[in-house]
Design a protein around this ligand. Structure first.
Ligand code: COA
Length: 314
């Protein structure tokens, strides 16, 4: 296989608020049941609390530490978030200052597909000469969710994850696909000062289609097929969406990183949280292929195929 300059992941970190909200907690105050939530979504509990920047800082510091680096080794930072702490400035301003990163920093908002968008953008900055980029995904969706609306409250939660990307002559990123269909904006949105509004069934249908089509395009660019993939890291919205997409792609659930049962949907946090968990469990070895795949409000979608090229990182 030919090589080309690009990036590889050398460190991962994650952060979850301490406060656990179980399905039983919702049962006590909403017309819902643990059975309904578990069967329809796969979610058993989720974490709520903290701010987007606090969670981002913890995850980002963890990723730098796991790479055996210090903040001064990082020359750029990207924060994927849909729930910035303020409208201005970007949350990356606060996060990069608190972590102590000297280079540039910016927020990216592509909703729940944002983290995979950020990985691809970071890779292109590395191709243009940056050496190490900290890519964080952090969201506090509980802040923009009506906790009395059973149709959304049980789904959305808070969390963050991060990875350090480093320049290499043999890029890990083999294929990618980024897309958006803005005509689908009305099916999932949140106005300033409002709460998440969602047409659940329509989102479900489109999410499966978007994930499958996007993954196929990324696989094609990488010149590999689903059977070459050792680990899938999908956006953690709903276990049934992941099962449906995997089935259509022909990928076994045993090769899939899942944390949504304990995290709920943490938007930008979900992919790096799932990656960190899978790496800690030893689900991927050096040289194996990882498929990242996300979808979100917009609707956005994003996929990436990466050759895993890190020694044990925890
Ligand atoms: N507990 C009990 N009943 C609930 C409920 C809850 N937490 N939330 C909704 N319901 C009810 C609905 O009000 C509806 O009742 P009705 O038939 O009396 O109107 C019924 O359950 C069925 O709702 P429906 O929306 O058809 O259920 P569903 O099988 O599509 O499951 C979702 C609902 C939200 C779990 C599912 O559509 C989904 O996961 N969609 C994707 C959401 C998502 O991933 N969003 C984020 C994208 S990044």
């Amino acid at each position: 296989m030919s090589t080309r300059p690009g990036s590889r992941i050398v460190g991962i970190g994650s952060a979850l608020p301490e406060h656990v909200v179980t399905n039983a907690d919702f049962e006590k105050r909403l017309e819902t049941s643990d059975k309904w939530i578990t069967e329809r979504t796969g979610i058993r509990e989720r974490r709520m609390g903290g701010s987007t920047s606090e969670l981002a800082i913890e995850a980002g510091m963890g990723a730098i530490k796991s790479a055996g680096l210090s903040p001064s080794d990082i020359d750029f930072m990207i924060l994927s978030t849909t729930t910035p702490d303020q409208t201005v400035p970007a949350t990356s301003a606060v996060v990069s200052d608190r972590i102590g990163i000297a280079g540039g920093a910016m927020d990216i908002n592509a909703a729940c597909a944002g983290y995979v968008y950020a990985l691809v953008v970071a890779n292109s900055l590395i191709v243009m000469g940056q050496r190490r980029i900290l890519v964080i995904g952090s969201d506090t969706l509980s802040k923009i969710t009506d906790q009395n609306d059973r149709s959304t409250a049980v789904l959305f939660a808070d969390g963050a994850g991060a990875a350090v990307l480093e320049a290499t002559d043999n890029s890990s990123l083999l294929g990618w696909d980024l897309g958006i269909d803005g005509s689908a904006q009305p099916i999932l949105y949140c106005d300033h000062g409002g709460y998440m509004q969602m047409e659940g069934r329509e989102v479900f249908k489109r999410a499966v289609r978007a994930m499958v089509d996007s993954a196929k395009r990324a696989l094609e660019m990488a010149n590999v097929g689903p059977s070459d993939i050792s680990l899938v890291v999908p956006h953690q919205a709903n276990i049934r969406i992941i099962e449906a997409a995997n089935e259509r792609l022909g990928i076994d659930m045993s090769k899939t990183a899942i944390v949504l049962d304990t995290t709920g949907n943490t938007s930008s946090g979900s992919v790096p949280l799932a990656l960190h968990d899978a790496v800690k469990k030893g689900m991927v070895d050096r040289g194996q292929l990882v498929l990242f795949s996300g979808f979100g409000a917009g609707m956005t979608w994003a996929s990436a195929v990466m050759r895993w090229d890190a020694d044990a990182i925890g």
